[in-house]
Design a protein. Structure first.
Length: 435
């Protein structure tokens, strides 16, 4: 019997929702100058509004991981998508700082469970040796969304005001929900689109014959283990640093290009395409390479740890000339390398959670994404504060270099997923963190 390939439909659904997710969360970075003018906002106000997403996101990305392990990705992501669609509509109806801040916070709250749900779905629908590749396919939607989102949003803003632009984004967001609810099942064995051959493929390499959702809240000992495992702790920090890079460029890159080089809205939309497209290529290629290295070497240290350290080292170096130069070509080249490198190991970060804690992957990712959410608050707010003090982005770029280098050192010293991983059965009894 030839295996069906419905797991690819699942990956596509995750890809599609993440595209919508990131266009929604990044759209405000193009509209914020218009909002500043209409609503009388300062740069500090703008930074606080942009950072509000991270505060809301921090609340539910952690709880979202617990909820996915308890209730499954199908229900959690359905509710989340409904709420973030509403928050996008509310953004278009904002009348001042407070309503815009609340709408942005609600967007963060509702988008928080997205990546824990993604990791939980992948951990149930793919065999271990294909998970980083699958995560790469799903996660490549982030830079692709940001690449196409710039021209789409700037074009919408050029033909209608920012309020109607968010109305269009609301309609696009809400359209995904019924597709997900009708087609996805938490357990592939419960899907009528999956035959026995595909189910055998999905279960290949797992211990036992099934891989059902845990369906209970994680025990305190399990959470403690996830918070003390050295590889996971370093992975959380490295992902925070990646998040700082991502949110810096996602929220302030349009304003940087406008302020530093006088680009208009349409030009900004065009110039933001190259960095995100390069990141999409890097993320897709390195996700596949990570799984290839694992198959060839059998070592997670090679396939995951060295990839994370190497990409963050390149990103650290790439932003230095951006900080020190006032040449647009140098700036775009440095930003392109930095964005591509910082995002290149994205699938590896996610895969480490599945590698080390296979039956609590969503919870582990929720913890990791909590740090990511904090970076989503820190990067916009700190940058806005720096701009208010000196009016220059240079300090912000140099801070990113320091953060990335700290991550490289910690990964090389303490990120050992081969030694710290535990088999799936270990979660029948809470596992102990490595000493």
């Amino acid at each position: 019997m030839r295996a069906t390939r419905f797991h690819m439909v699942v990956i596509f659904l995750l890809f599609a929702v993440t595209v919508v997710n990131y266009i929604d969360r990044a759209a405000i970075s193009y509209a914020i100058p218009l909002m500043e003018q209409e609503l009388g906002l300062s740069k500090g106000d703008a930074g606080i509004i942009l950072g509000a997403f991270g505060l809301g996101y921090a609340v539910t990305t952690l709880l979202g991981g617990f909820a996915v392990d308890r209730y499954g990705a199908r229900l959690v992501l359905t509710i989340a998508a409904l709420l973030w669609s509403f928050s996008i509509g509310l953004t278009g109806a904002a009348t001042g700082f407070l309503t815009l801040y609340l709408a942005r916070t609600l967007l963060g709250v509702s988008e928080g469970p997205n990546f824990p749900a993604l990791a939980g779905a992948v951990s149930h629908w793919l065999p271990p040796q294909e998970q980083a590749t699958a995560l790469g396919y799903a996660l490549v939607s982030v830079p692709l969304a940001l690449a196409i989102g710039g021209p789409i949003v700037t074009q919408l803003l050029s033909v209608m005001d920012w309020r109607w632009t968010f109305g269009v984004l609301f309609a696009i967001s809400i359209a995904w929900v019924p597709l997900w609810f009708l087609l996805f099942r938490d357990d592939p064995a419960q899907s009528r689109h999956v035959n026995a051959a595909e189910l055998d493929h999905i279960r290949a390499g797992r211990e036992g014959t099934a891989h059902h959702a845990a369906r209970e809240w994680p025990a305190a000992a399990e959470i403690r283990a996830l918070l003390t495992n050295r590889t996971l702790l370093v992975n959380y920090w490295a992902f925070f640093v990646f998040g700082y890079f991502l949110f810096f460029f996602m929220t302030w890159l349009p304003s940087y290009l406008h302020q530093a080089y006088g680009l208009n809205l349409a030009q900004v939309g065009v110039f933001t395409v190259l960095p995100w497209l390069a990141a999409a290529v890097a993320l897709w290629g390195l996700g596949r390479w990570s799984d290839h290295l694992l198959k060839v070497t059998g070592r997670l240290r090679v396939a995951r740890s060295y990839l994370i350290a190497g990409t963050q080292f390149v990103a650290a170096l790439a932003v230095v000339p951006v900080a020190l130069s006032n040449n647009l070509t140098v700036a775009i080249a440095g930003i392109t390398v930095a964005v591509a490198a910082s995002m290149g190991a994205n699938a590896a970060y996610y895969a480490v959670n599945v590698d080390v804690a296979p039956k609590r992957a969503a919870t582990a990712l929720g913890i990791m994404d909590f740090g990511f959410a904090l970076s989503g608050f820190a990067a916009p707010v700190i940058t806005g504060w720096v701009l208010g003090l000196r009016g220059s982005f240079a300090d912000g770029f140099l801070l990113m270099t320091g953060l990335a280098l700290s991550s490289v050192v910690l990964v090389l010293a303490f990120h050992h997923p081969d030694a710290d991983r535990k088999p799936a059965r270990a979660f029948a009894e809470p596992f102990q963190a490595s000493s």
